[in-house]
Ligand binder design. Structure first.
Ligand code: SF4
Length: 354
């Protein structure tokens, strides 16, 4: 797949754009002034694989808190600022790795210049963009994608006028088609790296569908350099979802994936659903990208079990263990999950099957 050609920006030690892998982002949901709670949430997000985290900066205290938060965490932090450009200056002083702000919201053009200058001196990029929520409500639905794209490019141009080009662009909408269309327009209009997301995508199930429906066609077309799932809920869910999508699209893998069948009347194990849930829960014990299959019968189970790295295809009161395509031995149902976890870990250490 050809990636869209973009500039590369540095966010702390993370590179966005160019040939670099698509970066997983999330946003904290704590009050940024609560330093310990925010740092703890970032550390949890880091465990889940978050690579860049954005924090809402509502006031000077929050901007100041960023310094102490940054000392406690290991991934780059981004200050999310609306309207008050002085907060961007304080955040940059606090050592943030990137700022999210729209210069058109800054009335004093001297402050736009000051933010661009401070970011340049600090060597950090700025994300600008357009969001359906901030668009003119009278814009006709059919005109919105172009309007979003035009507005985002306008935001970038305001910093370009200050000679600042270390920019990431986003165009977001809660409408999947609008977001996709707006991003496609932007992608052909600029070489800035793009941050993708369906905004205000709702609670978990709805967001998983909407965000994936929006992000997948763009990523498969080589468009998009960072992603965020917007989910009303624990931000770790956003990170898990982002990784699951990147793995499903074959773009990145950092963790195991499960192949399990939907079950039907041929299923040979009564409690397969519970076993798959248990396997999913315990997959955190496997720290490498491996495919683990648990299939209800031999009809599709043998093929899927064989093509997974480790798999079990169920038969009557037993299951056949496959490792990298080879049938190894029979396993009793009570040992399915333990066996799959153990053998998945064995593949990392290259030990012989037990
Ligand atoms: S693997 Fe077997 S039990 Fe599972 S859905 Fe396919 S045919 Fe049904």
């Amino acid at each position: 797949m050809d990636r869209r050609r973009t500039r590369v920006v540095h966010v702390g030690g993370v590179l966005i754009g160019g040939d670099n892998p698509v970066v997983v982002q999330s946003m904290t949901k704590t009050d940024t002034k609560d330093i310990d709670a925010t740092a703890a949430q970032i550390r949890d997000l880091t465990v889940h694989g978050c690579e860049i985290v954005r924090l809402a900066v509502k006031d000077v205290d929050a901007a100041r808190a960023l310094k102490l938060i940054k000392e406690q965490v290991g991934i780059p932090i981004v200050a999310d600022i609306h309207f008050d450009a002085r907060l961007a200056l304080f955040a940059i002083e606090s050592g943030v790795d990137k700022v999210r702000i729209n210069p058109s919201n800054i009335k004093d053009k001297g402050l736009v210049r000051a933010v661009a200058q401070a970011a340049r001196v600090a060597g950090i990029p700025i994300r600008v963009g357009a969001n359906l929520g901030s668009m003119d409500a009278t814009t006709r639905p059919e005109d919105r994608p172009q309007a979003l794209a035009t507005e985002a490019l306008h935001e970038a141009a305001l910093f370009e006028e200050e000679g600042f080009r270390d920019i990431v662009v986003s165009v977001k909408s809660s409408d999947v088609r609008e977001m996709v269309e707006a991003v496609r327009i932007i992608a052909t209009s600029t070489d800035y790296p793009l941050h993708l997301g369906v905004t205000e995508a709702g609670p978990l199930r709805q967001s998983l569908v909407k965000s994936s429906a929006g992000l997948a066609p763009l990523l498969l077309a080589g468009i998009g350099d960072t992603i965020r799932y917007s989910i009303t809920g624990d931000p770790a869910l956003e990170v898990d979802a982002a990784w699951a999508l990147l793995a499903a699209l074959g773009l990145r893998r950092n963790r195991p994936t499960i192949v399990s069948c939907p079950m039907c009347g041929r299923c040979e194990v009564v409690n397969l659903l519970a076993l798959v849930h248990e396997l999913e829960e315990r997959l955190g014990e496997v720290h490498h990208a491996v495919t683990v299959a648990l299939m209800g019968c031999v009809v599709n189970g043998v093929g899927e079990g064989k093509s997974a790295d480790v798999g079990i295809a169920c038969g009557k009161e037993t299951g056949v263990l496959f490792i990298r395509g080879q049938a190894i031995r029979n396993v009793e149902p009570a040992r399915f999950v333990d066996t799959l976890i153990a053998e998945a870990n064995n593949l990392l250490t290259d030990r012989a099957p037990q």
